[in-house]
Design a protein around this ligand. Structure first.
Ligand code: NAD
Ligand code: IPM
Ligand code: MN
Length: 352
């Protein structure tokens, strides 16, 4: 028996709805395998903040660190809710976890499954993974403002890029590329304008490329990358990119591959010093929360990524097969969140 301590952060909005289905499928995939998940629920997010004023206490963080992995639904309230302005749940909770737990790889795979309606007329075979840097860039909170609210206001957000931080994520991306059949890596940046950070990223990719003659490398400016994600997404294999570009590209990747409700992700600490955190790419979707109609597939796919990260590829693959099979005959049926979860759970181990 292998016991895995799993921290579960359902969060806000549709977060708890999709996490419930993800745990249902985790159960189905691990029952009778000797793999036991000891779950600790953490009540964190906008709802907790409104109730107690806490976003993420040191005790919460310490307790989370004592786990082997984290499953997160989504956090955040209605964008613009005045009661949440000072709290900044995204920064104080989600980004704090990514930074404190050194999740320097934000892994976001995109597969256009058979049977999925893409908004693109002829997308081709879409199967790529975005390796998004997770601990640096414009996300670090290195900024400030002066003369706020006056006509002379100045607001700065500084993008931080370190040789150490860029090299480690680039190395991870090359290793990922060399394990994939096509062995292609595309650096996406904006080297024509962001010349300092761009130069560091470009030189780092060139240097690591020299150690990986098996991987073919190219480069795109981020604006052009958005063109090709729409006109020719099949060209991509592994994309390595900065934190903010990766955020934007992966919502687009979700949209072209059947919707954000399918997009899974992992915030990974490859060193294994801290627990990695798995979550759908989407947010708390206040517009559909409480209606029982959110698609739980992204959260379920995130459980598959979690299992693979924990070294349980068979359990991971059983979920991925079940998702693919479910997606293949969805058609335009409208199902509730729990109907989708039930259907995927029922396919586990049924080999269809
Ligand atoms: P969102 O991803 O929550 O929603 C964007 C659109 O996608 C909405 O129309 C929503 O209904 C739809 N959608 C999202 N997930 C879906 C699903 N599983 N099934 C069907 N439709 C789905 O983005 P937003 O509206 O910009 O953000 C809402 C809140 O979530 C904000 O507070 C934001 O900061 C937060 N957020 C959190 C995370 C996270 O916790 N990882 C990620 C993104 C946004
Ligand atoms: C995501 C989200 C987060 C991000 C926000 C909520 C901080 O959009 O996970 O993609 O920008 O990384
Ligand atoms: Mn995002």
């Amino acid at each position: 028996v292998r016991t895995v301590r799993l921290a579960v952060i359902p969060g806000d909005g549709i977060g708890p709805e999709v996490v419930g289905e993800a745990l249902k499928v985790l159960d189905a995939a691990t029952v009778g395998t000797g793999l036991v998940f000891e779950q600790t629920p953490f009540s964190l997010g906008a709802a907790r903040y409104l109730e107690t004023g806490d976003v993420l206490t040191d005790d919460d963080l310490d307790a989370i660190k004592g786990h082997d992995a984290i499953l997160l639904g989504a956090v955040g309230g209605v964008p613009g809710d005045p009661r949440l302005v000072g709290a900044n749940i995204e920064r104080g909770l989600l980004l704090k976890l990514r930074f404190e737990l050194d999740h320097y790889v934000n892994l976001r795979p995109t597969v256009l499954h058979a049977g999925v309606a893409s908004p693109l007329a002829s997308p081709g075979e879409v199967d790529f993974v975005v390796v998004r840097e997770g601990t640096e860039g414009p996300y670090v909170g290195n900024g400030g403002a002066i003369r706020v609210g006056t006509p002379a206001e100045v607001a700065n957000e500084v993008s931080v890029n370190t040789a150490y931080g860029v090299e480690r994520v680039v190395r991870y991306a090359f290793a990922a590329a060399s394990e994939r059949p096509r062995k292609r890596l595309t650096l996406v940046h904006k080297t024509n304008v962001l010349v300092f950070a761009g130069s560091l990223w470009k030189r780092t990719v060139d240097a690591v490329a020299a150690e990986h003659p098996d991987v073919s490398v190219d480069y795109l400016h981020v604006d052009a990358a958005t063109i090709f994600l729409v006109t020719d997404p099949a060209r991509f294999d592994v994309i390595v990119t900065d934190n903010l570009f990766g955020d934007i590209l992966t919502d687009l990747a979700g949209a072209i591959s059947g919707g954000i409700g399918l997009a899974a992700s992992g915030n990974i600490n490859p060193d294994g010093r801290f627990p990695s955190m798995f979550e759908p790419v989407h947010g708390s979707a206040p517009d559909i929360a409480g209606k029982g109609i959110a698609d739980p597939t992204a959260a379920i796919g995130s459980v598959a990524l979690l299992l693979r990260h924990l070294g349980e590829p068979d359990a991971a693959a059983s979920i991925e097969r079940a998702i693919a099979a479910d997606i293949a005959d969805r058609g335009d049926r409208v199902r509730s969140t729990s109907e989708v979860g039930d259907a995927i759970a029922a396919r586990i181990g049924s080999h269809d």
